[in-house]
Design a protein. Structure first.
Length: 422
């Protein structure tokens, strides 16, 4: 139960941060956000404010920002739809209720034959089932539709649609989701550093000494400065560790400086297996920098470190040296959540930042249906000097979505295989 709750909170935070980026810059660009949803599936809760409907849905995986006129926005009402029309003080249609779940007692029953809710803003049809007289009503620019599932959203006139915004505004709106994930990851890495009490330092200084280790038996102490390993001058912990790792079971000369006094020690690194490779270790841990500056700067260094790892994996995908084991779907992430949760709050924070960087970078891959694909379409439109036909854009987006679904199915199947093979 603990893992499930943490898993839901992590996914909810990542989705909220990502979608809020799209939402905020869409609003700033004059694009109407019809719905901001956390979760997928049937609606659990909904409220409206400033033209946007905020919903929480039952399945706590994913979410979306529904922008007026975007490819995934459905705005049409089919001819023959039965509805209830509610009017404002100027006798313009204020609400079109097409749902059987919401009963409107202060409107008129209306069978819709034709609508234009983008340009001329009107609705035509027959009142109270009387087909002898076709009626035409003007629709308020800020009118709402109560959809089949009972969700009330604002109509999408052309002036507030996504395509009506300039290309730079659309690009920043598409980029804002990943950008928010990057900013969030940097902030969480900083919080992680403060919770942990510091960040690893690469100074050539001994952090902690493992009890009963070769270093402990040689009287190495915390704070000792490592100056030489087997005659080689060292200036970093990584350099010292690399030299020691090559001398498994070999007597090694180590020079340390303690309080401005040099000590020449002879230590035999023990053999350990790391990633199926035998290396030498003497039992010393990397020092920790507890300064405020180091903790704050770790936000950026942590972000850069994780980003470089992800780009290495993406590079392997392009060069053919790729395995599904390098990816994880919801099942794999759930398993990883359990492992990180077992190591405490700081570990969960690191995992949250790690996933946020992943989500941001993956969304920038130039595949249609992802933010990166949308940015490519924006660039193509800018080069062409005219919009891409919506039909072609919809086809390209559908193909991209199909590729993503197939990849997700393959990754999820592989996640299950890895679990059952343990």
């Amino acid at each position: 139960m603990k893992t499930i709750i943490i898993f839901i909170i992590i996914f909810g935070l990542l989705v909220l941060v990502h979608e809020f980026g799209h939402y905020y810059f869409a609003r700033k660009s004059g694009i109407l956000v019809r719905e901001f949803s956390i979760g997928m599936g049937p609606k659990l809760f909904a409220t409206r404010k400033n033209g946007t409907t905020y919903t929480i849905r039952w399945l706590p995986l994913g979410g979306y920002v529904r922008m007026a006129g975007a490819a995934d926005d459905e705005a049409e009402i089919d001819a023959g739809t039965m509805a209830t029309l509610i009017f404002d003080a100027n006798h313009k249609v204020q609400t079109i209720n097409t749902s059987d779940k919401i009963v409107s007692t202060d409107g008129i029953p209306f069978q819709i034959s034709k609508t234009d809710l983008e340009h001329e803003l009107y609705v035509e049809g027959y009142e109270n089932g009387d087909e002898s007289e076709l009626k035409h009503f003007a629709v308020n620019h800020d009118a709402t539709i109560i959809e089949k599932d009972g969700t009330e959203v604002q109509i999408a006139p052309i002036d507030v649609q996504f395509q009506s915004a300039s290309i730079p505004k659309r690009m920043i709106t598409n980029f804002a989701g990943p950008m928010n994930n990057f900013i969030f990851a940097i902030l969480v890495f900083i919080l992680f550093a403060f919770v942990r009490g510091g960040v690893p330092s690469n100074a050539n200084v001994v952090g902690q000494v493992v009890p009963d280790s070769p270093a402990a038996k040689a009287n190495v102490e915390t704070g000792d400065i490592i100056e030489k390993v087997q005659g080689h001058q060292v200036k970093s912990f990584t350099e010292a560790s690399t030299l020691i790792s090559k001398r498994a079971n070999k007597v090694t000369a180590v020079t340390i400086n303690r309080n401005d006094h040099r000590h020449n020690l002879r230590i035999t690194p023990k053999t350990v297996t790391v990633n199926k490779k035998k290396i030498g270790q003497i039992g010393i841990e990397q020092p920790v920098d507890t300064s405020v500056g180091a903790k704050v700067s770790y936000g950026w260094t942590g972000f850069v470190g994780i980003s470089s790892q992800i780009f290495q994996v993406l590079g392997k995908m392009l060069t053919g040296h790729f395995s599904l084991n390098q990816l994880a779907g919801p099942v794999g992430i759930y398993t990883m959540t359990s492992q990180f949760a077992a190591n405490g709050f700081a570990s969960i924070l690191y995992f949250l930042a790690y996933l946020s960087v992943n989500l941001g970078i993956i969304n920038l891959i130039p595949i249609p249906a992802l933010d990166g694909g949308k940015l490519i379409l924006n660039i193509i439109e800018g080069i062409r000097g005219k919009p891409i036909p919506q039909e072609k854009e919809a086809i390209v987006t559908l193909i991209g979505a199909g590729i993503l679904v197939l990849l997700m199915v393959a990754v999820t199947f592989n996640d299950f295989q890895r679990i059952f093979q343990r």
